[in-house]
Design a protein around this ligand. Sequence first.
Ligand SMILES: Nc1ncnc2c1ncn2[C@@H]1O[C@H](COP(=O)(O)OP(=O)(O)OP(=O)(O)O)[C@@H](O)[C@H]1O
Length: 243
Amino acid sequence: MTALLETRGVWQRFGGLVANSDVSISVGRGEIVGLIGPNGAGKSTLFNLIAGVLPPTQGSIWFDGEDVTHMPAAERCQRGVGRTFQVVKSFETMTVVDNVIVGALVRNTVMREARRKAHQVLEFTGLAARADVLASDLVPAEKRRLEVARALATEPKLLLLDEVLTGLTPTEAQTGVALVRKVRDAGITVLMVEHVMEIVMPLVDRAIVLDLGKVLVEGKPADVVRDPKVISAYLGDRHAVGA
Ligand SMILES: Nc1ncnc2c1ncn2[C@@H]1O[C@H](COP(=O)(O)OP(=O)(O)OP(=O)(O)O)[C@@H](O)[C@H]1O
């Protein structure tokens, strides 16, 4: 079966700066794939190219068998690309449920249906009890969860998670990990950017390491963390085998 998502020889230049350099990755249906790498490696840029925030300077992006390289973000969302943002983008002065309704309206134009979908997603993400509070009153971990809920309400086939587990306490992060697994078990493919290796590596089926805009290594998490190139570019010696 073809991959759900493929980037083929993707480049992104910002003036003289090369943020993505010949990036070819693929994500299979039902996978949880981790996109990792040092600050400035080009992870968010690649997310933006996949979500359709901007077209790549060169190369193509394929989603669900279709070339979506020049398709606007809203249309990709209709096709099934859902995303969260590294900087939380919920509407602070709206209630939690209304925030999720905004996502649900992508597929349900009847308000009653969108509301029903939003409550279902809040149940799924463990936010049901917070439905009627203002988004601004949520604690940071709940705000991240709301980001996920808003993306899930668009009924994605592929969910792009941008650092949703970063900055959480260990307990909150474990709750987040359980939610990502639940998302995958619901049939949604996940591509996630994360920095906290201890949390992300046990969760993902495959890890792709970006460095200086290029794919440095990809493979099973256990192999990736032992790869000398990854240790030297990103992880440091504390992760070296036998250290
Ligand atoms: N819109 C832009 N205009 C100019 N340069 C940009 C733009 N977006 C990103 N860059 C640059 O591209 C490079 C890659 O940035 P990017 O944010 O994709 O990295 P990242 O791996 O997501 O980093 P982090 O882990 O810190 O979020 C950086 O040098 C960044 O400064």
